[in-house]
Design a protein. Structure first.
Length: 559
């Protein structure tokens, strides 16, 4: 590969490598993720620097991965010995190609897609982009094979210009970003090993996940100094079943679920309000009961979970809010169901039953403690359920565990148990008042100002990358108490979703996103803008890395 690349300038290299990587089908969860990793490894091994220093490029297998996926690492050491290191990272998986429909055969062929869309009358914006020849189409073109290609081109540059590096560049490619983030989670142990064994000091990480216009005619190229986090608050709702002919005496968990959903789904009051930032409200991703087939019995329980973004708030704060909201929802549900039952008795003249309409609301941690205090082995039960059903889809397994715990309650009280299910992503952001973070921000601002003057691009600096990204897993801000609240409310955390939170917090690596620019990520019209992505972005990332390493060297000398 190197013999082809050495004849090209960096923009040509980045475009060539993007086409090459797009041509490798690496859909999340398939063997294609292994193929693209091996292909990238071979590209790196073809570079003269790594032929001379083969130990500086390597692979790390994802533990217990059924597909055999792996992370790829490469280290470029500057001419002057230094521990200071900037990480370049990208993910190498993509979503599927089903959305291409009759064009699935061409989903990985930019030329066929460009020709097709140049005559596509149903979307004039797409057609105009195709005709301009400034855009490359194809699955993964913008999310994010072009990002991996830019990092590869820059790594090749630095291997041939090590005298320009006042420190080190560590390259990291990860699979599984589009699903469970197993790649970057596994990479934490490798980053920790490198820090401990080679005394690497991580100044920052630079991700280049794609950026896109935020509104019609948006001229900005957005640079993000952090990444939003995410949790999946989940609700196990246990009611009181009945025959369909006696539903007014039941306590329907579906009705309670609807009341909770009404208060949480797209509720902007629950979205953090951070000036100048695009922050999103929670969204319902699943609401269903436990019935698997038709009967005339009402459901005994319902399952409900939400996508909930974390910006500056902690999971503990979110749990406290959700408990209060759920209590309000249950109170209103209790009153409504009681009123309907009383009206039914008034209309029929039938004698009433001794019924309670109260719905208890608790978090998982408190419920487990309550059971254990009664001498009921809740912790052991949770482990046994996990061990019996460990191949189950992770979210279903979490509900299975909570359902088993509810079954231990001898009183069978109607209740809502709130817990967290995977995935969990920490939030990564720069802290005002932290000297290191403020220095990092000044470096970025200086580089952007220079690049604006040189290129005419309009940059806008934001705090949070508005979509989910692997950079979330490089830093963590929670206290021990906040971490305990998260872990204790997550069923079988160490087995189902063992994020190494304490290692992440210890390393505390800021992740800056300087993304490739494009449109329609995860759509069949996905495309990357070549003039910015291949001509401007590589230099922007190189200049930022050098500036950060220089600043860190000055800081160390002054100290």
């Amino acid at each position: 590969m190197y013999h082809q690349l050495k004849k090209m300038d960096i923009a040509e290299q980045a475009e060539f490598l993007t086409r090459y990587l797009v041509g490798i089908q690496s859909i999340n969860g398939t063997k294609g993720e292994v193929e693209v990793a091996e292909s990238i490894l071979q590209v790196l091994q073809s570079f003269p620097y790594f032929r001379k220093n083969p130990e500086l490029v390597w692979e790390q297998f994802i533990p217990n991965d059924t597909v055999g996926r792996k992370n790829i690492f490469a280290l470029v050491q500057g001419k002057k010995a230094s521990n200071n290191t900037v990480i370049f990272h990208s993910h190498i998986d993509t979503v599927g190609i089903e959305d291409f429909s009759h064009l699935k055969f061409a989903a990985l062929n930019p030329d066929i897609l460009e020709a097709f869309f140049s005559t596509y009358e149903l979307d004039k914006d797409v057609q105009a982009d195709a005709r301009s020849r400034d855009w490359m189409f194809g699955r993964g073109s913008v999310d994010m094979k072009s990002g991996a290609a830019v990092h590869l081109a820059n790594i090749l540059y630095f291997t041939e210009h090590v005298d320009e590096l006042p420190g080190n560049i560590l390259l990291m490619f990860n699979p599984d970003e589009e699903s469970q983030h197993k790649g970057v989670i596994s990479a934490i142990s490798e980053l920790k090993r490198l820090k401990d064994e080679y005394r690497l000091e991580y100044v920052s990480a630079i991700n280049n996940d794609f950026i896109t216009p935020l509104y019609e005619g948006d001229p900005h190229r957005y640079i993000y100094t952090g990444a939003a986090g995410k949790i999946l608050p989940s609700f196990y709702i246990y009611g009181r079943e009945s025959h369909v002919g006696d539903t007014l005496s039941s306590l329907d968990p579906n009705f309670v679920a609807a009341e909770i959903t009404r208060r949480i789904h797209n509720n902007l009051e629950l979205a953090e309000n951070i000036k100048g930032e695009l922050t999103l409200p929670p969204t319902c991703l699943q609401q269903r009961d436990n019935k698997e087939f038709y009967t005339v019995q009402t459901a005994t329980s319902s399952y409900l979970y939400f996508n909930f973004f974390l910006y500056e708030a902690s999971a503990k704060e979110v749990m406290n809010k959700l408990i209060e909201i759920t209590k309000e929802a249950c109170f209103d549900a209790e009153y409504h169901l009681y009123k309907q039952y009383q009206e039914f008795l008034n209309r029929t003249g039938l004698p009433g039953k001794e019924l309670s309409w109260h719905i208890e609301v608790t978090c998982l941690a408190d419920f487990i403690n309550e059971l254990e205090e009664k001498g009921i082995q809740a912790v052991q039960t949770a482990k046994e359920v996990h061990d019996t059903h460990q191949d189950m889809e992770p979210r279903k397994l979490c509900f299975k565990i909570v359902e088993a715990l509810q079954d231990l309650d001898p009183e069978k009280k109607p209740r809502v148990i709130i817990f967290f299910a995977p995935p969990y992503l920490p939030h990564n952001y720069l802290n005002e008042g932290n000297q290191r973070d403020e220095n990092l921000l000044k470096c970025i601002e200086a580089v952007l100002a220079d690049m604006e003057q040189k290129t005419g691009e309009q940059f806008a600096l934001k705090k949070f990358f508005p979509y989910l990204a692997d950079g979330s897993f490089l830093s963590l801000h929670e206290s021990d108490e906040e971490l305990r609240s998260l872990i204790d409310n997550f069923p079988e955390w160490e087995s189902i979703y063992p994020v190494p939170v304490r290692s992440i917090r210890e390393m505390n690596i800021p992740s800056i996103n300087m993304g490739v620019y494009g449109k329609d990520g995860h759509k069949w019209t996905e495309r990357v803008y070549k003039p910015y992505t291949f001509h401007v972005l590589p230099e922007l990332i190189r200049n930022t890395a050098i500036k950060l390493l220089e600043q860190e060297e000055i800081t160390v000398l002054n100290a």
